[in-house]
Design a binder for this molecule. Sequence first.
Ligand code: KG4
Ligand code: ZN
Length: 333
Amino acid sequence: MEIDGPLEKPNIKVLGNSLFSQVHLHEKYGGVYPNLAKREHEKNLPPLLEKTIKEAGTSDVDFIAVTAGPGLEPALWVGIGFAIELGKKWNKPVVPIDHMEGHIYSVLYEARDTLALPALALLVSGGHTELVEVKDFGHYEIIGQTLDDAVGEAFDKVARMLGLPYPGGPQISKLAAASRLRIKDLEFKLPRPMLHSKDFNFSYSGLKTAVLYKLKAEGRSDQEFREDMARAFEDAAVEVLIEKTRRALIKLGDTVKTLIVAGGVSANTCLTGELERLVSEFPEISLRLPIKSLSTDNAVMIGIAAFIKASRQPEILKQELEIRASGNLALTS
Ligand code: KG4
Ligand code: ZN
């Protein structure tokens, strides 16, 4: 990709982009199976690179960006090893990038408006549920996070209980929409874990267990009941996200100019509808979401984050960095 211009509104041109989704391979495990992911990365990276270079019509780059974490370490190491090899072959620097920083800056792609900072970022994916204060480019503070399962993971696990394939988010959403069309109100409600806790943390494992108990207690598996369960779960999961975000916006007050929502779950239309409603309560704050194809993991967002990092710290392009995979890498200031 080619990027230039101001960090708040860069000109981004994607010359070549290939994504090899392993979703169907992991479907039968109901989630990502680490060793399979590693093997598949090893197999797919060389042909993907070749295809992308052909599409771009050039391999003349200033630097190579690679995800260093957070994520599954065996899979991260494959990417890092591949990037380092390529860096040697092309004699170009390699820039390590934080996966969550990628999600934050995914909102810069195809954006009409300038990104106003400071921002509050709600990052919702299969591995993370975080509220992050984005004080400036490169300066972050995590103010809340999940104490157990991530919200996307809960979508995936509940989908599995309902006999739906991985990834569960879009499947749950489809069933829930059918229930909303069919009946106005549900007869039952699932718990909203930590809704009233004073902090900005989340917990999704209790909600998942509540679904399991309800399924056992009712002993039903007909389509209408599954639709209603999916809806009850989605309503509960989304309400907690919205409520905690509202409280964080109130606490941070005038300092926040933008609400960024990114990561796989940001594609959820129930969530985006509620977010629109939420920001209408805060006229000074604008909502920024990635385009749908950049909500789930992708290379474009990693490239954008690398552009921002290299612009702020040009010295990193002049040294050979020691890059290590870090499964639990966390955003800091
Ligand atoms: O960001 P992402 O691609 O990968 C991680 O970094 O984890 O997010 C994947 C997650 C999966 O758990 C998937 O079920 C969820 O995003 N997801 C959704 C939707 N689309 C993807 N969850 C709810 N509603 C959706 N429409
Ligand atoms: Zn992600």
